[in-house]
Design a protein around this ligand. Sequence first.
Ligand SMILES: C[S@@+](CC[C@H](N)C(=O)[O-])C[C@H]1O[C@@H](n2cnc3c(N)ncnc32)[C@H](O)[C@@H]1O
Length: 278
Amino acid sequence: MGAIFEASAVKISQRLQQINQMVEQGYDHIWDCCCDHGLLGMLLLQRNAAPKVHFVDCVAPLMQQLSLELARFFPPHHETENTDLALSEWQVHCLDVAALPLAQYGKQAKHLVIIAGVGGELLVELVRSIVANQQTQRDAQSGNKLGNHDLSQSTCQLEFILCPVHHNYHVRSALAELGLSLKDEYLLEENQRFYEILHLTQANACSKTNTSSKTTEAVPLSATGSIMWQGLDADKTNQAKRYLDQTIGHYQRIPEHRMPNKSQIVAAYQHILQQLNC
Ligand SMILES: C[S@@+](CC[C@H](N)C(=O)[O-])C[C@H]1O[C@@H](n2cnc3c(N)ncnc32)[C@H](O)[C@@H]1O
């Protein structure tokens, strides 16, 4: 019998707890990328969120230590008494997230890739590589034979939950260009810092406008946010306004020559602020 992982005994940020809450059932593999001490993945393992939870980071000593902790808190099934329960398995990978080996797990597997706590530019590069690797794989398996590069024929096998540190406008614009659509998004404030959490899919965004605040259908990914500004109570509206004020101030301080489209960005955030003030 393994030791018990007590999430309450470890200080787990609200940010990681919110990401954990946004992970639904239905994935075959969940990847806690840039996992550091692996706390998010452990929350997922604790509630058996998917048949397999992967932990990925490029720092070898961290991953060795994490493997020991996982073996202690989440021992292999044959070592537990609960052989009849659908317990999650885990695997630790010491590698660059850009080289995530998704293809090793079969064409039909449904993957959720989570990347949190890294800068926006790195995060975009990692997602870009993962999507490009998957496309190369898809072309090699079928497209080349048929000469078919139609993305609409692809199945929805890959989703992301992303929480960059800074540069949300850049991240969102770049990910929309990669063809990712929005399933959900959430604005979180912790220790006087704001974080945007994005749940994205490769499935096409539906063409009709969805007016509900929470939707399981994908909608186009907006550079300034959409779902997260809807259906807010008074507290959340005040929080959103403070975030927008802060963000607008940030862009206004950037010299025009360093960001030629800055007035367009400021105007877009100001438009949302005006709508919240109505
Ligand atoms: C600040 S921690 C984030 C931990 C956790 N995901 C969170 O949100 O609190 C960033 C981690 O990213 C890892 N990292 C940075 N670039 C990476 C890459 N290309 N591949 C794998 N891990 C990377 C670092 O080693 C570090 O452990």
